[in-house]
Design a protein around this ligand. Structure first.
Ligand SMILES: NC(=O)c1ccc[n+]([C@@H]2O[C@H](COP(=O)([O-])OP(=O)(O)OC[C@H]3O[C@@H](n4cnc5c(N)ncnc54)[C@H](OP(=O)(O)O)[C@@H]3O)[C@@H](O)[C@H]2O)c1
Length: 311
């Protein structure tokens, strides 16, 4: 089978498409014929070596996490999946699976669920990590209520585009940051207020917010605490919360580690099938052009997701 692999850390040029043996499965895993996969910033961080001190890996590995495909074989301990089922989920090598950018992947059953029936494999693969991240933040941490004010920092990105849809369905007032073509993308998703992050400072425009969902990180996360009302909550995907500043302001600030498990993927499927959440795909590339796909993701403006079509 073909797989997109790295034998050294570096830019997109270190990725090679190799012919390797299909993975075998462990009792808790499912073998998936991968039809489509999607790129997350994490895949680029693994490839570049940015994570190597925290997640030491023995190279070579097959890159990739988010997948959608068809079950080919089921491990002896696995219940709930059968050969021929259409599934979506994660197959990250860093979590003990075999890697998603491949024609076949061995993935833990605990990180898979039934694919939403009303979307194709590309759309399903685009939704996995970003959908799980948005649902975990909004439902588990923020517990967003109708009428509350939520600021989504980075609204045109993978997570941001899903978070806006979920928050609008709940009935929240949603403000977000975007720029260029991303402004039209977030307006089409129904945001109430868009701030162009290249020309305006959100922290001078937004006041008394109930919650912040930060997908950008850096110094902006500390700044975003200032727009919260007392007892407000800020969840970041990409920064280290400043606990002292949060305590001073009387707000909660937490960093989220997303769990992409069957339960959250089941909830996501319900929202997709109810047409509350729609996939936001910017561009699609074949597996052979995956280096170009990473190049595009990392060096141009991408709204929503980049998807890799596999078979
Ligand atoms: N902790 C976890 O478990 C976990 C899980 C998933 C993701 N993450 C992290 O969460 C972050 C977001 O993930 P994602 O998949 O949504 O990434 P993404 O698709 O790359 O989206 C990021 C968005 O942020 C926008 N942006 C960049 N700089 C900005 C600024 N200064 N102000 C406002 N917006 C800005 C980008 O817009 P432009 O296109 O205009 O640059 C893009 O739309 C990444 O760092 C990722 O690694 C963490």
């Amino acid at each position: 089978m073909k797989a997109a692999r790295i034998s050294e850390y570096g830019g997109p040029e270190v990725i090679t498409i190799e012919e390797i043996a299909e993975p075998s499965i462990e009792p808790h895993q499912v073998l998936v014929e991968v039809r489509a996969a999607s790129i997350n910033p994490f895949d680029g961080k693994i490839r570049s070596g940015a994570m190597k001190d925290y997640i030491p890996l023995t190279l070579p590995i097959t890159l990739g996490g988010d997948i959608a495909g068809v079950v080919k074989e089921v491990g002896s301990d696995v219940t709930g999946f059968a050969v021929g089922d259409e599934v979506y989920g994660q197959a990250n090598a860093v979590s003990g699976s075999s890697g998603g950018f491949a024609e076949v992947a061995a993935a833990a059953a605990a990180n898979l669920s039934t694919k939403p029936s009303n979307v194709n494999f590309e759309e399903a693969a685009s939704l996995v990590l970003v959908g799980a991240s948005a649902l975990q933040a909004i439902n588990e941490h923020i517990k967003l209520q109708p009428g509350q004010k939520l600021f989504v920092h980075g609204g045109a990105g993978g997570i941001g585009t899903i978070a806006i849809q979920v928050a609008k369905q709940i009935g929240a007032h949603v403000a977000t940051t975007a720029t260029g073509s991303g402004i039209d993308v977030v307006k089409a998703l129904g945001v109430d207020e868009v701030i162009d992050y290249k020309t305006e400072d959100f922290s001078t425009k937004l006041v008394e917010y109930d919650a912040v969902f930060d997908t950008v990180g850096g110094d902006d996360f500390a700044k975003s605490l200032e727009i919260l009302k007392k007892s407000g909550i800020a969840v970041t995907m990409a920064a280290q919360p400043d606990e002292d500043k949060a305590a001073e302001l009387g707000v909660t600030a937490i960093a989220q580690m997303t769990k992409t498990d069957t339960e959250v993927l089941d909830s996501l499927r319900e929202l997709v099938e109810a047409q509350i959440v729609t996939a936001q795909i910017d561009k699609t590339f074949p597996l052979d052009q995956i280096a170009e796909a990473f190049e595009t993701k990392e060096n141009s403006s991408v709204n929503g997701k980049i998807v890799i079509t596999i078979s």
